[in-house]
Write a protein that binds this ligand. Sequence first.
Ligand code: URP
Ligand code: ZN
Ligand code: ZN
Length: 469
Amino acid sequence: MSTVLIKGGRVITAADDYVADVFVENGRISLIGGSLDVDARVIDASGKYLLPGGIDPHTHLDMPFGGTVTVDDVESGQTAAAFGGTTCHVDFVIQPQGETFASALDQWKSKAEGKQVIDMGYHMAITDLHEGGTLEELASLPDQGVTSYKLFMAYKGALMVDDETLFRSMQVAAESGALVMVHAENGDAIDVLVKEALAAGHTEPHYHALTRPPETEGEATNRAIQLARVAGAPLYVVHVSCAEAVEPIAIAREKGWNVHGETCTQYFFVDYTFLERPNFEGAKYVYTPPPRDKANQDVLWNAVRTDVLSAISTDHCAFLWDGQKSLGKDDFSKIPNGGPGLENRLHMIHEFGVRAGRISLNRMVELLSTNPAKLFGLYPRKGTIAVGSDADIVVFDPERKHTISAATHHSKIDYNLYEGTEVTGSPEVVLLRGNVLVENDELVASPGVGQFVARAKFGQELRAKAAVA
Ligand code: URP
Ligand code: ZN
Ligand code: ZN
């Protein structure tokens, strides 16, 4: 395999910030130092940041949901990710009702075959412990590198599980070394509110938010925290959107409980009023939990700054506005829930987090790469720039202007949540295990370069055993 020398970049990790040359051999970082003189292809990174490749712990590619299938498959979603400086993600396998986890995993792996542009792992979303998977089978997943279980406390009649299933899964996780992830909303209460709204003739997109008040997120978050505590399982609350959910996480962490939370890029920028946009444009912002009142945005910035929340994901779950969101033209509850964002997380958080003075560069790296790596069993193989780590590196130009738009992104989606936003700072070269993926605004690697990563159990480290291809 070829060698690469990245010269003179400013290496930014969660802890460090220094100028160095980085030498890559066999897909890994083999040497970091000043003025390295080795025979290799040279990438000049002077004036640029060298960031560890982004890790997005929450995506939905090629996923059936809401009566349709997400528009981005593995190839288009991962291509978009690569352009945005994300070199690894963890996607959700959804257990089809009545089927085993093995069958679900096989289905998801076949969706990825030959299409992978970046590395990926899987979470297992448990939907059925009655007719489908068994507790024994669930317990076996971490040994196959699937080291996180996801449970939906909402989407009644579709993905939602009851508290018994949630609690039993937590008990298994406590023994098997898996991290339990929850979509925390009270699905029963929401189901009542949705039925009442529709009966009253309220069909427009903004009723999506009015029928999912923040208290339903706060209640479920607290319920999951308390149940995880009884079961003795580690817990990760996905897509935290509001003060009502931040508070119980803050309390749990203050007490030293094994509780972690993420928010997503969109919750910092899109508020409830976007749902009220006329001519069905509000449907673009129908994702769950819904965009909240603007006051929550400061709460979330504060939570990521102070380590109440540990990660920022995208929850990329893209549906075309024209043709998919339109399934709910006359009934907000039929609008497929989900939004895009895989390509623009680094752009947006660098611009409005770092450049706006809300978080440091180190904290940005921690939130977008290092913490997801640590929480999801990828560290230190991924999530940092260090000797022995995979050479997943973003050469980031902090002066490069970029306009975020559906016209410039690489997803198949027909709109962008941040349409027209101008940022200063953008990835210039993106490497995955030493392979250049993106250069000169082109994808230069072929699909198939990405790999499945068998992740370590919660709390354990992942180290590459042999030279990687
Ligand atoms: O609206 C969303 N977030 N769709 C994806 C599924 C989920 O709840 O994460
Ligand atoms: Zn969710
Ligand atoms: Zn999601």
